[in-house]
Design a protein around this ligand. Sequence first.
Ligand SMILES: *Cc1c(COP(=O)(O)O)cnc(C)c1O
Length: 435
Amino acid sequence: MNQKRNEASLKLFQRAQELIPGGVNSPVRAFKAVGGDPIFIKSAQGAHLYDEDGNQYLDLINSWGPMILGHACEMVQEAVKAVLPHSFSYGAPTRREVEIAELIISMVPSIEKVRMVNSGTEATMSAIRVARGFTGRDKFIKFEGCYHGHGDSFLISAGSGAITLGVPDSPGVTKGVAQDTITVPYNNLEAVKLAVAAAPGEIAAIIIEPVAGNMGLVVPEPGFLQGLRDICTKENIILIFDEVMTGFRLAKGGAQERFGVIPDMTTLGKIIGGGFPVGAYGGRKDIMNAVAPVGPVYQAGTLSGNPVAMAAGLATLNYLNEHEEIYGYLDNIGDKLVYGMRENMAQLGMDFTINHIGSMFSIFFTRQPVKDFESAKKSNLGLFGKYFNNMLQHGIYLAPSQFESLFLSTALTDTLANDYLEANLESLRALKAFL
Ligand SMILES: *Cc1c(COP(=O)(O)O)cnc(C)c1O
């Protein structure tokens, strides 16, 4: 319990709330799900964040994934600095766009051609449009609890059964849009088969997080991804892996490399920009040739392929490509944390569920296995909020929601992992009073 009070953060938050909806530029940052007020970050280095009051935190979010090499990585800084004297945007093609396309295609198994955009949201919206344009079909299937950015057609809840039409999940999304999105439970191949059978010849795409990180971490059960692959091949449906989170993280070729299942299209974001706003979508050449100006499906962007963002992305991807050993390192440090947390729980007579793969994990405050959104929702959110705030007091910055994954970076050393486990033990111990 060594943190100073958050007076500067609080003052900024009060000002921010007058000026910005909820005081934040993306909702989960507001700490609403855990209670308390958000912390304003001033700086970050390596594995640590520093707030406006001078507190230090071990960062387990890493900007929701992008900072896989740790904060303020020297090599990425140099790449960005090299661009700055030559101006920051041209709206015309540049050498680095060719180089990053070449690199992405060499790293990600499914991608034969790629288009750069400015966010993960743009990548998924565009991929769905291309899939529809290419197939001439309107509907697509997504999975409950998967997040694909804030595009209208993704903000849809399941209807009352696997074969019913979706319903808008946010005011402002129309029923018209919702009727073309079919939502089924994660890890449930039977539900997918039913949904496909109920709309023969109407489904353009199945989009999925091949490892789900937006309902907390949920891994695909053995055979699930291959099952989707088989259905899509049989029905001429385009299989889209949304690897905005998992791309360049679970392996240099993402979850598709790790699981050996190759989709038709892939969406990327987060790590691909090295901390700058970048996304990309790509896939089979015949599909990507449907995109303007070579094909009829329109998609564009004033700042797409921005030279500063490309430099940061290129430096990051080049490093990952040339240092594949970092994935072994991240797997090991992830294993260490998860085994350590399980030991801590055993010591305290607790048995909460931890889902884990590589450098991503979630602790769910439930004893039941978590394999889809229904089971994730069984978590005790009150306990999570207490655990979160306790960890924060111990200088550990976790994602401020039960329904998020945590992300590790190469800056997390063995010593820092031990600090984390010590804080974890103390924070779990503090929960005993509430069990
Ligand atoms: C973060 C995320 C997105 C959205 O990316 P933004 O850059 O926030 O628009 C889409 N899909 C997945 C799987 C994500 O994790």
